[in-house]
Design a binder for this molecule. Structure first.
Ligand code: 0PR
Length: 394
């Protein structure tokens, strides 16, 4: 901590001068503290609401080796560029797309922004051909992640969100009613952030294409679970144009590793800008310099876990989610039946606050339910300890 000012001897307590960094975050005060924080890796044992998790050792190891590389300059950093190609091919396999176009993004936010940007750009006037609209709109269920608000804001696109059905899924009729000649993109979510719900993707794809719009699936979180379910969510199930599917969530890659996939090369072309002074001639990503660690980690863990490892992880996490849902329902809490490994349940404000005070890292949905995301680091033992605390504090 900072030195107290010593000459405050007039009976008043000494004044402590704080640096700007300390005022923002007292833990950032000095070098010794910094070193202590750096030695203590994130503990995951009480983290129940995050969509990040402990990276797989294969991802961690690969990431370390590629820390100093930049996949944004593939002609210079060729090895990591090769790994990115392999990661995209593997993501294509996960998502049922044989010849995928795409890249490893900084996260789901970037991938979603880029999907909106591509749809907007493809709907513009080009090469003497008139575009679809001058006032592009995106239609999405209310459950979409807030990254679409950012996309709409930075891209000057209108975001129309429509109500859900009783099961927290996109209501196809409501989507249809909101789509018009200005609509360039319809979004479906495959694994919603709040309830883990899967929208009716084939029906949404039909609505989009009947109206000359593209269909984007946000499987940022759900994409590594859904292959082991019977949901119709992927490129193999419907005429999906683009998808977000993030290795750094259920994929157990290191942060940052999001995934953007597209069925057509034209989608990536619609994102590309010229890069005159690089050896490579164009760049479709939103960021310039990017994390080679994120890319290499994603490639390594996909190779290691797809498909058997991810299946095993999904089955364990899903069983844990069902166990927790049953345990909470038995105790009289209202529980939203888990469709993917995410449990939402209504707890009183007091109980929620006490659980947080007991150091559980938990969060709530917009309408106030507790959310427990059964990520790979969340074990049955952890959930038993959590339920024991619910019993003790209720
Ligand atoms: N799409 C969906 C369906 C998401 O759930 C998320 C993130 C995104 C897109 C955006 O992904 P990035 O955060 O990678 O850009 N959902 C989590 C959320 O907002 C993100 C998160 C992750 C929050 C870890 C907390 C946390 O500890 O809740």
């Amino acid at each position: 901590m900072s030195e107290p000012i010593d000459d405050a001897t007039d009976g008043l307590p000494p004044v402590t001068v704080r640096t700007r960094a300390e005022r923002i975050n007292p833990a950032r005060g000095n070098v010794a503290d910094m070193q202590r924080l750096a030695r203590e890796p994130q503990q995951f044992d009480r983290v129940l609401s995050s969509m990040c998790t402990e990276p797989h050792p294969a991802a961690r190891e690969a990431a370390m080796r590629f820390l100093a590389t930049n996949p944004g300059d593939p002609a210079t950093y060729q090895e990591v560029a090769t790994l990115e190609g392999r990661a995209v091919d593997a993501l294509g396999e996960v998502a049922g797309l044989a010849d995928p176009h795409g890249y490893v993004a900084s996260g789901g936010t970037e991938a979603n922004v880029q999907a909106v940007r591509a749809a907007r750009n493809l709907a513009r006037d080009a090469d003497g051909r008139p575009g679809k609209t001058d006032s592009p709109a995106v239609v999405a269920p209310e459950s979409v992640h807030f990254s679409f608000q950012k996309a709409a804001d930075v891209l000057g696109v209108e975001l129309r969100t429509v109500p859900l059905d009783d099961e927290f899924r996109a209501d196809v009729e409501a989507v249809e009613a909101a789509v018009d000649d200005d609509t360039v993109l319809v979004v479906g979510v495959a694994g919603t952030t709040e309830y883990g719900r899967v929208d009716p993707i084939p029906a949404l794809a039909d609505v989009a294409h009947d109206n000359g719009a593209l269909l984007h699936v946000d499987a940022a979180w759900g994409g590594f679970c859904l292959p082991f379910t019977d949901h119709d969510w992927s490129f193999a199930h419907a005429d999906v144009d683009t998808m977000t599917i993030d290795p750094h969530k259920m994929g157990r890659a290191v942060v940052p590793a999001g995934g953007l996939l597209a069925r057509d090369a034209a989608t990536l072309d619609a994102l590309a800008v010229d890069t005159p002074y690089l050896e490579s001639t164009s760049q479709a990503t939103l960021t310039g310099t990017r994390s080679g660690a994120g890319v290499a980690g994603a490639a390594a863990v996909l190779e290691e876990l797809w498909p058997g490892g991810y299946r095993e992880q999904f089955e364990t996490s899903m069983a844990d989610a069902e166990w927790l849902a049953a345990a909470l329902a038995e105790r009289g809490f209202d529980v939203v039946d888990p469709e993917l490994p995410l449990v939402a349940a209504r707890l009183s404000d007091d109980l929620f606050a006490e659980l947080r005070a007991a150091d559980w890292r938990i969060s709530r949905t917009a309408s106030g339910e507790l959310r427990v995301v059964c990520m790979p680091h969340v074990t049955r033992e952890t959930l038993r300890a959590f339920v024991a605390d619910v019993d003790a504090l209720a």
